[in-house]
Ligand binder design. Structure first.
Ligand code: SF4
Length: 236
């Protein structure tokens, strides 16, 4: 049978039981790394789901390739947690993927603080294009989406046809709840972004992230005062 890619997609993709301790995440990751080998990458934002996923990935593939979209405007606390994770998992291959335009070049071409005027354009330059470039080298990518994060994510499966990037998107954490994520982090004493303790459940770039007080909408601190709710990395 042809390798499962965006082009050879079939609705009969493997699925996994989710009644075990990791709710199917380890089984999904084992399948994904066995099946895709080096042709899969985890695009990690180093939010709290990312920390859980990294711990699980390290059990399956200790030398896995992890890519962080380094927009250049992340909080210092985010860079700090990346250092701590690299220390804890020294064999992981963490890449800091930068956009082709640095902040000065972006300001010259599009004006200062593009995120305040045209956040979609800014995300396109600083996140989407770099991710597109990374994904051009692989068949599949891993994401930490959970079904209960938002309405648009509630139909996400373990293995998805990603029409945004024309790849296979593997989402091992779909059945995890917010509480389960935190229980796992505490149980395994994993390092995490200190901003989570200061009212930031979802953490993106510093200019576009505020504390969130609505715990029914954990992403409500992202692009506050703007219609925008997603970077554009996920269709669902
Ligand atoms: Fe730019 Fe904000 Fe998007 Fe970051 S989140 S890339 S600063 S618009």
């Amino acid at each position: 049978m042809a390798k499962l890619t965006h082009e050879t997609w079939t609705d009969e993709v493997p699925t996994f039981a989710h009644d075990d301790e990791t709710k199917g995440a380890l089984a999904t990751l084992k399948w994904a790394y066995d099946y895709y080998g080096d042709s899969i990458v985890y695009a990690c934002s180093f939010g709290i789901e990312g920390i859980v996923l990294i711990d699980l990935i390290a059990k399956v593939n200790p030398k896995a390739r992890i890519v962080f979209l380094d927009t250049g405007v992340h909080f210092q606390e985010t860079y700090d947690v990346i250092d701590k994770i690299q220390e804890r998992f020294p064999d992981l291959n963490i890449e800091m993927k930068k956009p082709s335009l640095n902040l000065e070049q972006q300001a010259e071409q599009y004006g200062d603080k593009l995120w305040e005027r045209e956040p979609n354009q800014c995300c396109y330059i600083r996140k989407i294009l770099p991710l597109e470039q990374t994904l051009s080298e692989v068949d599949a990518w891993i994401s930490g989406l959970r079904r209960d994060q938002s309405e648009t994510r509630k139909n996400t499966n373990f293995i998805n046809k990603d029409n945004r990037f024309n790849k296979i998107k593997v989402c091992p954490l779909i059945h995890w709840t917010w509480k389960e994520i935190w229980r796992y982090v505490y149980k395994h004493d994993l390092p995490y972004n200190e901003l989570h303790d200061k009212g930031y459940p979802s953490i993106g770039c510093a200019p576009c992230t505020a504390p969130a007080y609505n715990m029914d909408d954990l992403r409500s601190g992202r692009w506050t005062g703007n219609q925008k709710v997603e970077c554009g990395l996920h269709e669902s």
